[in-house]
Design a protein around this ligand. Structure first.
Ligand SMILES: Cc1cc2nc3c(=O)[nH]c(=O)nc-3n(C[C@H](O)[C@H](O)[C@H](O)COP(=O)(O)OP(=O)(O)OC[C@H]3O[C@@H](n4cnc5c(N)ncnc54)[C@H](O)[C@@H]3O)c2cc1C
Length: 463
């Protein structure tokens, strides 16, 4: 049987795990081309995971191993929908896996959300992680106020609270974007309030991230004991071990006396929703409304507004209430869920086009969740191709594919060239004991990728 040619679009965890699952296949051998809009691979492993969590980023070594496979090629700096169309890929490859992630944010849907100082989590996280699309967010202007409010009760909300509250000099040892360090050092923020719509039992934090807040140097964590009064040990146990550990951590915070030496406070507020952001040219305050919880017919705990409102002064309001996929020209899209509709990973109504990761399931799950998700999609793909009548391919098809891709986007970045950037960034970080100093602009990334040292040295993965 002839080899198969599969394109994977997107090089975050779900794209890399899909590539790995495809490359495992021996008969027929599968050639995998990964197309990525940025000059850098790894998606949110580079641009989402917090700078002070370097161990989590070490999963990139797994991706490097996949990339070293002789049937793997990486084409960075080429965007689906701008440089190539889905139909063109479908015509040239035996199958295409879309692993585009979910880069947009969910809105709060309240008045004043458009004001300066009202920021999406993705913008702030992208700014401190050096994502080229987000370097221009004017965060310095928003950190002149004393209070920041983070809306959301998941780990992204905690990452943001930690980044805003922790001593900025500790970030000097991380791979945080260089432009973020002086801005955070000059921050006037003294309190970060994290607001959850429902109660402590419903919060989506994980215990390690929650406890981490309590270990921050010079930071008090405050929880109103009243928020925990209605939570019994039996309720916490019944909700599972993660929730039980969260409740234990929250109880410990609620018992703490404020430390006289603390410079900043993180306040965790529950059962509250934003109803309005107020300000003139920018956010000056947020109005929160207290919710009462009750159990719906389907057993879900629902938050009902009580009319009890409070206005808090704040200069920065971050919505960390979830991400959404964005529609891609030529592909179906479920507007309500913000995903590409599919059955078992196969795009609805399409032949040999598939999805993996957050654009398939929606924005939930950790990096590892995408391994199983991509594996399931690849199973569907392999079963489909095994029974399909495939077109004959020219013996030089592999080379022709690369020529075609290059013709659509001069200035591509191969994996070898990305590794030159990677080595360059790591070398820049070394004298200061940092994992790397990120290059944060596309021209800079391309300059290094295409520098003499970045020219391909082997025939492998080059074209
Ligand atoms: C702020 C944040 C912090 C997180 N921290 C952790 C953590 O600490 N630990 C953990 O386990 N999980 C964490 N996660 C979750 C984890 O990052 C996700 O589960 C995972 O990244 C989803 O993988 P993905 O491949 O579907 O999407 P992504 O990682 O977003 O990758 C999508 C890729 O597709 C590319 N792309 C998009 N559109 C196009 C296009 N049109 N053409 C070509 N390429 C395109 C993007 O540039 C990107 O590289 C975090 C998530 C966020 C948002």
């Amino acid at each position: 049987m002839r080899p198969l040619y599969v394109a994977v679009v997107g090089s975050g965890p779900s794209g890399f795990y899909a590539a790995a699952a495809l490359l495992k296949q021996r008969e027929p051998a599968i050639h995998v081309d990964v197309l990525e809009r940025l000059p850098t691979p790894w998606g949110l492993v580079r641009f989402g995971v917090a700078p002070d969590h370097p161990k989590i980023k070490s999963v990139s070594a797994v991706f490097d191993k996949t990339a070293a496979h002789e049937r793997f090629r990486f084409f960075g700096n080429i965007e689906l929908g701008r440089d190539v169309e889905a139909a063109e890929l479908a015509a040239r490859y035996d199958a295409v896996v879309y692993a585009l992630g979910a880069p947009a944010d969910k809105r709060l849907g309240v008045p004043g959300e458009h004001l300066a100082g009202s920021v999406a989590a993705g913008d702030l996280v992208g700014w401190y992680n050096g994502h080229p699309d987000h370097t221009g967010v004017p965060v310095a202007e928003y950190l002149t106020a004393r209070r920041a409010v983070v809306i959301g009760n998941g780990n992204v909300a905690l990452d943001i609270a930690r980044m805003l509250a922790m001593p900025a000099q500790e970030l000097r040892a991380t791979d945080i974007a260089d432009h973020a360090i002086p801005v955070l050092e000059r921050s006037s923020i003294t309190e970060v309030v994290v607001v959850g719509r429902r109660g402590p039992l419903q919060a989506a934090f994980t215990p390690a991230e929650l406890r981490e807040l309590g270990a921050l140097d010079g930071v008090d964590v405050r929880v109103d004991p009243a928020d925990l009064e209605a939570v019994s040990d039996a309720d916490a146990e019944a909700a599972g071990s993660t929730v039980a550990l969260n409740i234990a951590a929250l109880r410990e915070f609620a018992r703490r006396e404020p430390a006289p030496s603390a410079r900043r406070t993180i306040t965790l507020r529950f059962c509250s929703s934003p109803v309005e952001l107020r300000g003139d040219d920018r956010v000056r305050s947020i109005v929160l409304e207290r919710n009462a919880l009750h159990t719906g017919e389907d057993g879900r705990v629902l938050a009902e507004p009580t009319g009890d409102r409070e206005e808090l002064a704040a200069g920065l309001v971050i919505r960390a209430v979830g991400y959404r996929g964005i529609p891609c020209p030529g592909l179906p899209f479920d507007e309500r869920r913000g995903v590409i509709p599919h059955v078992d990973g196969r795009i609805e109504g399409r032949r040999h086009e598939y999805v993996s990761g957050w654009i398939k399931r929606g924005p939930s799950g950790i990096i590892g969740t995408n391994k199983k998700c991509a594996g399931d999609t690849v199973k569907t793909l392999l079963a489909d191709l095994a029974s399909a009548e495939l077109p004959a391919r020219d013996p030089d098809h592999h080379r022709h594919l690369a020529e075609w891709i290059r013709s659509r986007r001069p200035g591509l970045v191969t994996y070898d060239q990305w590794q030159v950037v990677d080595a360059h960034e790591r070398a820049l970080g070394e004298p200061a004991g940092r994992p790397r100093v990120k290059l944060c602009s596309i021209p800079e990334l391309l300059r290094v990728a295409h520098s003499r040292a970045g020219q391909p040295t082997t025939g492998r993965k080059t074209t």
